[in-house]
Each structure stands twice: as C-alpha cells, then as structure tokens.
Design a protein around this ligand. Structure first.
Ligand code: SF4
Length: 330
C-alpha cells in the first residue's frame, strides 16, 4: 500500500473541499474502499474520513418520506421502525446483503458506491483485459462469452458487469433519489440514473462528479412502499452477492393492481426498472398466469445471448414471486 495523506474534515464544507482535491477518496465504514486498495484498484493520494459528520448519519422520517443520511449504517437503517413498517423491502435487502459485522460498519452512501464483483476487475493478479480497471484494455468477460454473473440488459461491448448492491434494487423500486452536494450546487438524481450504464465509458460507475459527495438518500412516501418486498437468488444461503434479485411494490384496489413497481438486480450494470411490466400489470387482477406472461414477454424483448436463457428464466420466476408477495399472495 502506498502512503497517503489522511484528514478528518470537521464539517460538510470541509468534506466537500476535501473531495475537490486531486486523487482524494472519502472513507466512512471502509468496507469497500479498503478492499479496492488491497486489490490494487485504488491508489489514492488523499483519504478523508467522514465519520465526524454526525449530521449525515441521521435517519429522518418526514411527511413526504424518509431521508437517510449518507453515513447511516446499514444495520441502523435495517432496524429503523419506520423503515421496517413503511419500506420493508429496504430492511429485507439490507438483511440479505451482508454479515452483521459488515452492516455495522457499512454506510448507505458507500453501498451505492460499491464497484462490480466481476472477477476480471477485482483480481489484479490475473493478466486480464478490463476496461473498468484499465481504460481501453478490453473486456475479458465479453471475450470469454461470460453470461452467468453478467449483464443481459443495458450492457455494451466495453463492459457487461453488474452492480452488486442489493439495497439499490429496493431503492430503485421505491423511486428513491440520491442527494448530492458540491461547493457550488446541490442536485438530486434518481437511484436508477445515479448508477450508470457502461456504454463506452465503463470506468465511470456512477453519476457522482469529482467534486461532489453523496449527502442523503430520499425515499418518497407511497402507499405501495408498505407492501414492498425484496427477494434474492444466490449460490449459498450465507452472505453472498446476488445472482439475481427482485423488488416489487404494489397497491390493490377492489382486487385489481392499481400501482405496480418492479426492479431487478443482477441483470444490468444498474438496478433495472421494468416499467413495461409495471404498466401492463396496472388494472389486472393478480393472477399468476397473466403476471407470468407479462414478465416473460418483457424479458423476451432482449436478444438472448448464448447461455442467457437460464438466467432469464430464473429472473422471470423471481420477478413473479416478488410480485405475488407484494400482492399478498404468499
Ligand atoms: Fe472489466 Fe466490465 Fe469486462 Fe468485467 S465486464 S472485465 S468489469 S470491462
């Protein structure tokens, strides 16, 4: 590990100024930054510690929703009374996402800034091409025809990685927004747009600019949110990154779906909202066969890459289970 300057900003203004410095990285829980440094992906010259900014660790319940400070620990969010009651998908996603030890350290801001678990990206010992790790070097995953742990939606020839966050999938289904601050301005970006598609610049995972910090995640109040669910498919029952995940939120009116939201993880470089499914579900009775057909039709719109059929089939089944659960049918 190479030497770096370390600082502890006393307030948000100092933290934003620290973010503006060249080659600077913020640290809070450290559960991702330290991994990336150990893996030789980051070699920051400066690290600034956000843990003194207590105001960014708050979880505030407001009439129009939830304001989760960027430094709120995953464990605190998961058990917060209002989250458990009004946004259960968030609790379910957090409890599935990491061990208690990690949840006690990791923050919601850091969770959204996680980088892909693609082995070619993470393992610096192998002589692999990776555009995310070394811009312009190519993509070993594309060359190898990888499918199982890789993106089917929104991928590019430059990168087919998926985003590893579970809670981002729940937040996407709940229309959550990320609040960002720089010295010059504040702005708000939906979670589904904050995490970028790779396109021709896969080295950029998010919409965060060099001089910005995440200050909060806002989850709007909604009737559908209280019925929201999060489901995860993974290779082993203990803590493991998702092969696929799904989050759904519904409202019913006189036995028919009046609002539907559905997001899937593990299928794209970011949580993937299925707005076509949401529109098609609206107005129908929650009938398994009809829901299954709607989901299958939507998933069938992407050209299937060789080997992707089983993953799409699993995604369809998981999405159906999530919608059924959100409708109270299981
Ligand atoms: Fe790198 Fe993305 Fe290709 Fe993985 S899929 S090797 S992260 S460019």
């Amino acid at each position: 590990m190479q030497p770096f300057e370390f600082s502890r900003p006393a307030d948000l203004a100092q933290a934003i100024a620290a973010a503006h410095a060249p080659d600077a990285r913020p640290i809070a829980g450290g559960t991702e930054l330290l991994n990336l440094m150990r893996e030789g992906i980051y070699h920051p010259q400066r690290i600034f510690d956000l843990n003194g900014l207590g105001e960014l660790a708050r979880i505030d319940v407001k009439p129009d929703g939830l304001a989760i400070g960027a430094l709120a620990r995953l464990s605190d969010i998961a058990i917060h009374e209002a989250v458990v009651r009004d946004f259960p998908a968030i609790t379910q996603a957090l409890l599935e996402s990491a061990s208690p030890q990690i949840r006690n350290m990791a923050t919601i801001g850091g969770n959204l800034m996680q980088r892909t678990r693609c082995g070619y990206f993470r393992n610096g010992d192998i002589d692999a091409k990776c555009n995310k790790r070394a811009t312009g070097s190519g993509c070993a995953a594309v060359d190898a025809g990888q499918v199982r742990d890789f993106a089917i939606f929104g991928a590019s020839e430059a990168c087919i990685a998926t985003h590893p966050s579970d809670v981002a999938v729940a937040l996407a289904a709940l229309d959550a927004r990320v609040h960002l601050r720089s010295a010059a301005a504040a702005r708000t970006v939906p979670v589904v747009d904050f995490i970028r598609l790779p396109g021709t610049t896969p080295e950029r995972d998010t919409d965060l600019r060099d001089d910005e910090l995440i200050v909060a995640v806002e989850v709007p109040a909604a009737a559908a949110a209280s019925s929201s669910v999060f489901l995860k498919l993974r290779d082993r029952a203990s803590y493991e990154f998702a092969l696929l995940s799904a989050s759904a939120a519904l409202t019913l009116d006189h036995g028919r779906i009046s609002t539907a939201r559905l997001a899937l993880g593990g299928l794209a470089h970011r949580p993937w909202r299925f707005t076509g499914v949401e529109q098609a579900l609206t107005g129908i009775a929650p009938d398994d066969a009809q829901i299954g057909t709607i989901i299958a039709n939507e998933l069938g719109k992407v050209p299937a890459r060789p080997g992707s059929e089983i993953k799409l089939e699993l995604a369809a089944r998981l999405a159906l289970r999530a919608v059924r659960a959100a409708a109270g049918l299981v």
